[in-house]
Design a binder for this molecule. Structure first.
Ligand SMILES: Nc1ncnc2c1ncn2[C@@H]1O[C@H](COP(=O)(O)OP(=O)(O)O)[C@@H](O)[C@H]1O
Ligand SMILES: [Mg+2]
Length: 511
């Protein structure tokens, strides 16, 4: 008689239901797995044979039986070692070495030869799937219980070994379900690097606005002026994530096995800082089994591209679509996979290859080289950046006594940003928008609530500088965030004025 066990496969970051069917018939011993398994799944039969034997049960090789395992649906490629557990349990169930009700359970996990269950990727997505399908219990490796338990409404059984799983199913030693105390939000302990950066008040103000409204930002300035320092200090002031956001992010990290099992649900926004030599696939995501790249690991957080012009053009161009859609679409012959990638892009660059162009020091570059360097960053990408600031070299003249006030200053900045975030969430409730930067051209006019005089001022400035309609919308969005930081209901002239300043760079270039 054939049996059926539920498991799941990972497609991008989402889990899909897979039925593991096991059937055996008398004959010369054989064990085959069908249903488009990859190498890791094929090798599963070797692993589970040893694991079953070392758990004190009779492995397939001990019987003269022809065993066939089918992974359905048969036309979806199956990847990875997560089918070890359901195949082993399916075999033991079919040979009546274990008795249980397979209908209301989902199993996944990699087995080691001695029968231990190893950490497996994508368990959080599988828990989400189980809940959606009304499956009551999910049996996973102990190391993955924390992430699965984040999902309420599914009993999560974390087992250390195959023998433990069988004892649980046979009801000889039942494993208690794991629970996760999900808090709506948890305070994040941040450093104080933001306030300990000396001077640079203008750039810091821009960072506060960017953090509050989720705006993309470009910093340009000579080397050593503190651009990298400023960008990294952003971590200290980012608002914490909502529960919904934290689960979205955890799902992406889970698919790559990057969840910290002691603290499975982090409310701290991710900050990713890929080097410019990182390959396009590693940045954007992809591969024959599409996996999230850096831009998805930065989902709901920050993607920091330092030395922007050093990145290959192909990498920068591939950011355009995700910046627009908040998703990356990876097309494969077997179908396309969509992975969330809604990130805040923070970039830094020097004004020219030697770094001195526009400063008091002598620039050693030929005009052609300056132009070539600038042109590496394309117009359409710059178009998606809301805030541009020039970071000049600071003069050192501060005394250190101000450091005392730093913690109070940081607390005040964080309070303002948190309040601005709250105002935005209230405003966009139900629209699936989390920050001002996500307003699109259709709803920005309606949602920005700008005063007549403010709008008139913006229109005049746009016409005067010959800016695009996109620039108009971007300025309005930034002005909305500035108004939110002040807890002002409407966008006023002073908010527009400050937002406009972020569009005109030091050398009077208008973007
Ligand atoms: N405003 C500042 N306050 C404190 N240290 C600074 C500041 N600006 C620059 N530095 C110092 O200069 C170093 C270089 O800064 P960095 O951020 O790497 O510059 P950039 O990225 O602009 O080339 C920092 O590691 C820090 O020691
Ligand atoms: Mg730098």
């Amino acid at each position: 008689m054939s049996v059926r066990i539920f498991s799941a496969s990972l497609s991008g970051i989402d889990a899909k239901l897979v039925e593991v069917e096991v059937d055996s018939s008398p004959g010369i011993h054989s064990f085959s797995i069908v249903g488009l398994p990859d190498k890791a799944v094929q090798e599963s039969k070797e692993r589970i044979g040893s694991a079953i034997k070392n758990s004190g049960f009779l492995p397939p090789k001990s019987k003269t039986k022809k065993v066939i395992v089918n992974l359905a649906p048969a036309d979806v490629k199956k990847e990875g070692p997560s089918y070890d557990l359901p195949i082993a349990v399916g075999y033991l169930f079919e040979t009546k070495q274990v008795k249980f009700d397979p209908e209301s359970r989902l199993l996944a996990g990699e087995l080691s030869l001695d029968g231990r269950l190893k950490p497996t990727n994508g368990i959080l997505a599988m828990a989400i799937l189980a809940k959606a399908r009304g499956i009551k219990e999910i049996i996973v490796p102990l190391a993955n219980t924390g992430e699965a338990a984040v999902i309420n409404g599914v009993k999560v059984i974390g087992a250390e070994t195959l023998a433990n799983v069988l004892a649980h199913l046979n009801k000889t030693s039942i494993i208690a379900p794991s629970t996760h105390k999900t808090q709506a939000s948890k305070p994040v302990i941040a450093g104080d690097s933001f306030v300990s950066i000396k001077g640079q008040e203008y750039a810091k103000r821009a960072l506060v606005i960017a953090a509050a409204g989720g705006h993309n930002m470009l910093m340009d300035g000579p080397p050593g002026s503190g651009k990298t320092l400023l960008a990294k200090a952003l971590v200290d002031i980012l608002p914490i994530m909502s529960l919904e956001e934290a689960i979205e992010v955890a799902k992406i990290y889970s698919s790559l096995g990057l969840i910290n099992s002691n603290d499975p649900l982090s409310f701290q926004r991710p900050f990713r800082n890929p080097h410019h030599t990182t390959s396009a696939i590693a940045v954007v995501g992809g591969g024959s089994y599409p996996r999230p790249g850096e831009i998805s690991l930065a989902h709901r957080g920050v993607l920091f591209l330092d030395e922007l012009p050093e990145f290959p053009r192909s990498v920068l161009e591939s950011l355009r679509q995700p910046l627009e859609d908040g998703m990356v679409t990876i097309a494969r012959a077997s179908g396309s996979v969509r992975i969330p990638a809604k990130f805040m892009l923070i970039t830094a660059m020097n004004p020219c290859p030697c770094g001195n162009y526009g400063s008091q020091n002598e620039c050693l570059c030929l005009p052609y080289h300056v132009l070539k360097y600038k042109k590496k960053v394309s117009g359409p990408l710059l178009d998606r950046i809301d805030i541009q600031v020039t970071v000049p070299r600071e003069t050192i003249n501060e005394d250190d006594s101000v450091l005392e006030e730093n913690s109070a200053k940081l607390a005040e900045i964080k309070r303002k940003i948190a309040k601005a975030k709250e105002i935005q969430l209230d405003r966009f409730g139900g629209l699936k928008i989390f920050s001002n930067s996500e307003m699109n051209y259709k709803n920005v006019e309606k949602l920005a609530l700008s005063e007549k005089s403010a709008k008139l001022m913006l229109k005049k400035a746009i016409n005067k500088h010959g800016m695009s309609l996109r620039a108009y919308h971007k300025t309005l969005k930034v002005a909305r965030t500035i108004a939110d930081l002040e807890e002002s209901e409407t966008v006023k002239e002073q908010h527009i004025a400050e937002a406009l300043a972020f569009k005109v760079r030091a050398n009077n270039e208008v973007v």
